[in-house]
Design a protein around this ligand. Structure first.
Ligand code: AP5
Length: 218
């Protein structure tokens, strides 16, 4: 399956991607994670991207498309993938279309995660990420245990808050989503690929809703 997860910051795309990776054996391709890896490794791309990300704006389309093309060329993506946080602009969606047309593997579905804006701020403010493996937790809804530890890595790595999860930056990210990414809802609807889910439910219920959609497509 070739899947796009579409939705505002904090709507649960990363959390659900991590679950699908385990269930379906296809990789999660998160442009946010790829960019954060570049920042951590101090690459030239990472240095350019950091100030843009910290300000809650979007990294330029050419950089993102180059990064995704390279990632999708790896062997683990041959059986399918979950695109998490990409595409985010119409030019990115057009670029993805062209990339997939060239290899004769079009998208199967774009799933839109619907959650009210006030809930998103609460979710994001409570998010903690495992520095070791990237597992996502939430101090309100999926607490990482006492003392805090990662249930995936087993040991006790630091659980960190993302620099762009500061409230002012989150507000900017939501504005950017509404201005630049929301138009993709109509883009995928017009192509008959859009499916919407109410993602304002517990994590297991949201997973079930996604699985129902995938069963119907598969
Ligand atoms: P990115 O990392 O993609 O962030 P995002 O899209 O803003 O999404 P988030 O990671 O904030 O949210 P999510 O939907 O994955 O939610 P999560 O599952 O973590 O991008 C970061 C930055 O990189 C961008 O701002 C931009 O600068 C740049 N960038 C990335 N991609 C780009 C692109 N394509 N083009 C240009 N620039 C790009 O959940 C959030 C919290 O809620 C967690 O704590 C979780 O535990 C909790 N939670 C999840 N599900 C539920 C539930 N059902 N109920 C209760 N709590 C829940």
């Amino acid at each position: 399956m070739r899947i796009v997860f579409l939705g505002a910051p904090g709507s649960g795309k990363g959390t659900q991607s991590q679950r699908l990776v385990e269930r379906h054996g296809i990789p999660q391709v998160s442009t946010g994670d790829l960019l954060r890896a570049h920042v951590r490794e101090g690459t030239e791309l990472g240095r350019r991207a950091k100030s843009v990300m910290d300000a809650g704006k979007l990294v330029d389309d050419a950089t993102i498309l180059g990064m995704v093309e390279e990632r999708l060329a790896r062997p683990d993506a041959a059986r399918g993938f979950i695109l998490d946080g990409f595409p985010r602009t119409i030019p990115q969606a057009d670029g993805l279309d062209a990339m997939l047309a060239a290899i004769g593997q079009p998208l199967d579905v774009a799933i839109l995660f619907n959650v009210d804006a006030d809930k998103l701020i609460k979710r994001i403010s409570g998010r903690r990420t495992c520095e070791g493996c990237g597992r996502v937790f939430n101090v309100h809804t999926s607490p990482p245990g006492t003392p805090p530890h990662c249930t995936q890595c087993g040991d006790q790595p630091r659980l960190v808050q993302r620099p762009d999860d500061d409230e002012e930056v989150v507000t900017r990210r939501l504005d950017v989503y509404n201005e630049q990414t929301r138009p993709l809802v109509d883009y995928y609807r017009a192509r008959g690929l859009l499916r919407e889910i109410d993602a304002d439910a517990d994590v297991d219920a949201v997973t079930r809703r996604i699985e129902q959609i995938l069963q119907r497509r598969g």
